[in-house]
Each structure stands twice: as structure tokens, then as C-alpha cells.
Design a protein. Structure first.
Length: 87
């Protein structure tokens, strides 16, 4: 896949994952960056279990979406909760 398609797939995956995981995500630019990094993460995770996205643009989008969701989940683990904790 060309570099431009990689960026486009990452952007779409970041937007979709941000909408699903946080109901709007972190904002447009951060969602795009998360999608791009998430697509790399998704490709790496899928290769660890022996799966490769050779099915075209849709398969690449699914892998990138899953990677972006995993990345958003990891980020949410490090964020402070906005709700006060009760003792």
C-alpha cells in the first residue's frame, strides 16, 4: 500500500475509533494521529498472531481500526478519572 493510502486509512480508523471509544475522541488532530499510530500497532499485533491483512483496503481499515481502539484503550488507562473517588 502506498504511503498516502496508509495515512488515509489511519485517519479514517482514528476518527472511527475515537467515535466508538470516547463518543467523539480527543479531537480531530489527535484522532488522526492515534489512527496512524494505531494502524502500525494493529499491523504489528495481527502479525504477532500470524494474521496479515492482504485482503485490500477494507482489511487494512479493519486492522487499523482495531489497532487504534487498542491504542485508545491504553491511553485511557493512563488518564485521570474526572470523577472524584469516594473513600
Amino acid at each position: 500500500m502506498s504511503f498516502l493510502w496508509f495515512i488515509i486509512v489511519g485517519i479514517v480508523a482514528g476518527w472511527a475509533a475515537g467515535t466508538v471509544m470516547r463518543g467523539g475522541g480527543f479531537g480531530l488532530l489527535i484522532n488522526f494521529l492515534i489512527g496512524i499510530v494505531g494502524s502500525v500497532l494493529g499491523g504489528w499485533l495481527f502479525s504477532l498472531i500470524g494474521l496479515h491483512s492482504t485482503g485490500g483496503i477494507i482489511a487494512n481499515l479493519i486492522v487499523a481500526f482495531i489497532g487504534a481502539m487498542v491504542l485508545l484503550w491504553i491511553i485511557s488507562l493512563f488518564q485521570r478519572s474526572s470523577k472524584p473517588r469516594r473513600a
